[in-house]
Design a protein around this ligand. Structure first.
Ligand code: GDP
Length: 342
């Protein structure tokens, strides 16, 4: 593959090139990885920047409907919109909830939209860093807004928050007065809570739910990256396309403020650090999966099982054999130091 011409085509915003580039970064083959790295390095020089919006919500809350309506609204305003997904469900089901072809039909027909079904059959931690590279490719391709969608199943929201500038939490109107069991950590990560389905018979319930969440948000500790009034809760109807313009103007307000105050760059820098660490961790794990490492591990685990050596000694032996240069440069402190603590 000619990386230079692929990079050019991506920069011209050709959708097929973007799709090919994403396939390349998702590939686990070593030669593809080297090409992907070269491609990302080339494209990093474009300096183009999108607004990265994370969107999370449980199945059925209206994520696809929201993306379709919201995406179309942005496209009508002359913006170019890309949609990517992090799909933690693939690990459990072997399939992809978010990959469904019929979703976002209208948006997918717009020449100014790019929709990427989620990668399947992969481990969350491993996939998310490739999604991040997909986001970078979309930015280089000149998309103004990149929506990163995930099904809310706990861990995935945290991942999406690490991928986005603005994190939206989509909720449905609650029946009772419960806060739908939304975990505190997720609330704390949200910039804007959108209570969807505020239409028809559901409207009163949506307004009550919204008020409940607005109250809950006020109880959270004030975050330095927020102007007065954020994080906030608001009602929308993805189906009736109402409230979406207000949501967008609130997002823009937040983006402007964070850019002006320097929080935007700080957050991106922190995220870059996070993903570097993640990359190191995943690379280490991948190296342990080499045939050589596996063979050594098998021998050693037999010895551990037989009680011939301890687990910690076996681990040390493993690294001494497969990775001699990785030994700690400073030998561990003497036993005395370790037993000194009461
Ligand atoms: P997802 O699983 O989160 O992607 O949810 P979908 O977008 O597939 O929506 C699930 C169901 O909720 C569908 O039947 C939608 O038509 C419905 N839905 C989505 N948004 C709205 C809305 O704003 N109002 C109403 N009344 N229903 C909605």
């Amino acid at each position: 593959m000619d990386i230079a011409s692929l990079a050019d085509a991506v920069q011209r915003g050709e959708r097929r090139a973007v799709a090919r580039a994403i396939t390349l970064v998702e590939s686990t083959r070593p030669e593809h990885r080297a090409q992907a790295t070269a491609l990302l390095e080339t494209l990093a020089r474009t300096g183009r920047e999108a607004i990265r919006i994370g969107l999370s919500g449980t199945p059925g809350v209206g994520k696809s409907t929201f993306i379709e309506s919201f995406g179309l609204m942005l496209v009508e305003q002359g913006l170019r919109v890309a949609v990517l997904a992090v799909d933690p469900s693939s690990k459990r089901t072997g399939g992809s909830i978010l990959g469904d072809k019929t979703r976002m039909e209208q948006l997918s027909r717009s020449p100014n939209a790019f929709i990427r079904p989620s990668p399947s059959q992969s481990h969350l931690g491993g996939v998310a860093r490739r999604t991040r590279e997909g986001v970078a490719l979309c930015e280089a391709a000149g998309y103004d807004v990149v929506l990163i969608e995930t099904v809310g199943v706990g861990q995935s929201e945290t991942v999406v928050a690490e991928l986005s500038d603005i994190f939206l939490l989509l909720l449905a109107p609650a029946g009772g007065d419960e806060l739908q069991g939304v975990k505190r950590g997720i609330m704390e990560a949200a910039d804007i809570i959108l209570v969807n389905k505020a239409d028809g018979a559901l409207k009163p319930a949506a307004m009550r739910t919204c008020a409940d969440y607005a109250g809950a948000l006020r109880l959270l500790r004030r975050r330095p990256q927020d102007p007065e009034g954020f994080p906030k809760a608001m009602t929308v109807s993805a189906l009736d396309v109402s409230g979406l313009d207000v949501a967008w103007s609130e997002i823009c307000k937040l983006v402007e403020w964070r850019r002006a105050q320097g929080h935007w760059q700080t957050r991106r820098a922190e995220q870059a650090r996070h993903w570097f660490q993640e990359e190191v961790r995943q690379t280490l794990l991948a190296r342990l999966d080499s045939p050589q490492a596996r063979a050594v591990m098998q021998t050693l685990s037999g010895q551990v099982a037989d009680g011939q050596i301890t687990a910690s000694r076996a681990a040390e032996d493993l690294f001494a054999r497969i990775w001699p240069e990785m030994q700690p440069t400073n030998p561990p402190e003497s036993l005395d130091a370790a037993t000194d603590t009461p």
